[in-house]
Write a protein that binds this ligand. Structure first.
Ligand code: GLC
Length: 546
């Protein structure tokens, strides 16, 4: 790959705006709060985190039935988060620091309060009727087909006033739009242009592979068994193969149009969220030079803590992607439990470093989730405080996604420096010890480690753009790989085990002499001794061939 784009070599940081920083004391995060923390994210020096872009989860007006993923106006800012003027200022100030801004576009569905849906449901002959997915079914008792909602229950709700069903892949308050209607498409492209013209650098497309549904409304076939996670075989949604309510071939035509629109502006990007029965296959099929720039691969969010399991996840992703495509990696986001907690209690602090080093040295775009850089953990939310509709519905079997969405922990003052008021979700009880202020000046903190990794990545072409080559395939305890450019070779060794491990590559050493660029075992700047080196428990060691 000759030229490499910012969205390939850059580090992207996901902000959950409701929980990042509250500037006006109402307990909810807002745009001015984000502005006030931009220097933390990147002030141009290694004293800051050094991220290249921020992706903001939805900031639009919303009744907040699904925490903003139910949009009631695509071209404005939620009053609780600020104004369009604040947004423009955020973009300007971010750009001044070299930080790009990526917005979350939720175009599969709107809120039921969106004027389009209000019009659509008002009568069968409203001009907007066909903007959503309406169907007679077999009358009020028989929905059109067996489709289920991702959040529980049927994917169809009967509208008594107009005597038809409407389709919703998520909550009934999130009706799916009709992407096969050219007017809808045109209206969506207007939305995209609105933000591009305001200087937005890219978009994350929410559930992008759900946009187009089967035009014959066929039943999904039954799936009897969920091999990866047998418990899911109990959930009605997961007991279907979702071949008719997502992953339809016609989606590619929509994405081609979207890409042309984006390409009319310089240096813009897109990243698609895919949830599918074949996540890698679909993610690979939907990215490339004519389609989305990137697609998410969430494999790391559920890979068990074993070097071989991660190596296999990487191998599959590299193999699935075509030559014109580029990988992405994610450890945590607003939909899954935070990885620090997933990695257990005793070893979490050391595992979090190994995981961060992996994320930031693999070939591909790393997506960080706010707070992971200080080791924020999943917060236990009592039932009466739950906000996430999915948690409310499935409690106590599944407690929902609130636990990974709690306020950013800035310092040890009340509410962790997030707000002066009681926040919309409680702060994790560990905030007095675990916060930015406590870690900022400590060279041994996790935050300092993230900073070192990110700035090392910036300074090391092989880490940003180099080819990926496994160095010891099938190793049980460690993950080691090379990154090559024509001028540079870097070797990354990650010991996943709580005991020392010897590196025995399954191919010739590309060099006899290596200088350590970054090590968690105090070897920085040293030369690596011998050709069968031993690495300490949970050691991270990044070396450059001399
Ligand atoms: C995506 C979002 C999730 C949201 C859902 C419905 O999966 O990441 O938070 O609930 O779409 O919009």
């Amino acid at each position: 790959m000759g030229d490499i784009a910012w969205w390939q070599e850059g580090v992207i940081y996901q902000i959950y705006p409701l929980s990042f920083a509250d500037s006006n004391g109402d307990g909810m995060g807002d745009l001015r709060g984000i502005i006030s923390r931009l220097d933390y994210l990147n002030d141009g020096t290694p004293a800051s985190l050094g991220v290249d872009a921020i992706w903001l989860s939805p900031v639009y007006p919303s009744p907040l039935r699904d925490c903003g993923y139910d949009v009631s106006d695509y071209t404005d800012i939620a009053p609780a988060m600020g104004t369009l003027a604040d947004f423009d200022e955020l973009v300007d100030r971010a750009h001044a620091r070299g930080i790009r801004v990526i917005l979350d576009l939720v175009l599969n569905h709107t809120s039921d309060q969106h004027p389009w849906f209000v019009a659509s449901r008002s009568s069968r002959d409203n001009p907007r009727r066909d903007w959503y997915l309406w169907h007679d079914g077999g009358g009020p008792r028989r929905p059109p087909n067996n489709w289920r909602s991702r959040f529980g229950g049927r994917a169809w709700t009967w509208d008594a006033a107009t005597r038809q069903w409407y389709m919703h892949g998520f909550l009934p308050e999130q009706p799916d739009v009709n992407w096969r209607n050219p007017q809808v498409k045109a209206a969506m492209w207007e939305v995209v242009r609105f933000w591009l013209d305001r200087g937005v650098d890219g978009f994350r497309l929410d559930v992008v592979n759900h946009y187009i549904k089967d035009d014959q409304w066929r039943d999904n076939p039954t799936r009897w068994w969920y091999r990866e996670s047998p418990l899911r075989s109990l959930i009605a949604y997961d007991r279907q193969w979702h071949i008719y309510d997502r992953d339809r071939p016609a989606l590619k035509d929509v994405l081609r149009e979207f890409r042309q629109l984006l390409d009319a502006y310089p240096e813009r990007m897109s990243v698609g969220e895919i949830s599918s029965d074949d996540p890698l296959g679909v993610a690979a099929a939907l990215c490339g030079p004519e389609l989305l720039h990137l697609t998410f691969n969430f494999a790391f969010t559920h890979t068990p803590w074993r070097a071989a399991a991660f190596q296999e996840a990487i191998r599959r992703w590299e193999a699935a992607l075509g030559p014109g495509s580029w990988p992405t990696y994610t450890l945590s986001n607003h939909d899954v439990p935070r990885h620090y907690s997933r990695y257990g209690r005793r070893a979490a602090a050391r595992r979090a470093r190994v995981a961060a080093a992996m994320l930031l040295t693999l070939r591909g775009t790393p997506f960080l989730y706010y707070g992971e850089e200080i080791g924020m953990r999943e917060t236990a939310i009592p039932r009466r405080e739950l906000v996430d509709p999915v948690g409310k519905r499935y409690w106590p079997f599944y407690r929902g996604r609130d636990g990974c969405r709690t306020p950013m922990q800035w310092d040890a003052t009340a509410q962790a420096g997030f707000s002066t008021a009681r926040p919309w979700l409680r702060v994790n009880e560990d905030y007095m010890r675990r916060n930015v202020a406590a870690q900022r000046d400590d060279p041994n903190s996790l935050l300092s480690f993230y900073r070192q990794l990110i700035w090392l990545r910036k300074a090391t072409p092989a880490l940003r753009r180099g080819r990926y080559e496994p160095f010891q395939e099938g190793a049980r305890e460690s993950l080691s790989f090379l990154r090559h450019t024509a001028e540079q070779t870097v070797l990354v060794v990650l010991n996943f085990a709580d005991r020392p491990t010897r590196l025995v590559p399954d191919r010739p050493w590309p060099s006899r002499r290596w200088r350590v660029l970054l090590s968690t075992a105090g070897r920085n700047g040293e030369e690596l001794p011998g050709l069968a080196p031993v690495f300490a428990p949970y050691e991270v060691c990044i070396m450059e061939a001399l």
